[in-house]
Write a protein that binds this ligand. Sequence first.
Ligand SMILES: [Zn+2]
Length: 137
Amino acid sequence: MMLFEDSEPTTGKANSKADVGAFIALFCKRYKELRRASYFVRRPKDLTLARLLLETYGAADLAAMVDDLLTVDDEWIGATDRGIGILVVKASWLANRHAQTAAPEPVQEPWYDICSREHGSACRSRWEHEMRLRESA
Ligand SMILES: [Zn+2]
């Protein structure tokens, strides 16, 4: 596979040419799977953008962002080709979206919501609530 013609040595960093090539390959694969169409890679622009994206987000998060880009039912995205240029434009929005779905905050019930369940009646303060919890323990 001759993705890159020049012979600049790879750095071994996360944004090496091998990673950029792998990301482009992944993008095209997912594009085909999720959009049922072939993505036309715009060189060299897409490769430059891919490197910037990899530097900023890393391969794992970026892969999840690509899936969102290709599947999300957003008016703004739906009107585009969902290409790598759009991925760049919408990157922070997609990253936020991914962060929210990837790591949901554990929902903790507020103390006043468990009062009636724990001791049959509502407490007037958190302090009273904690005292009653301690007594019943
Ligand atoms: Zn209580």
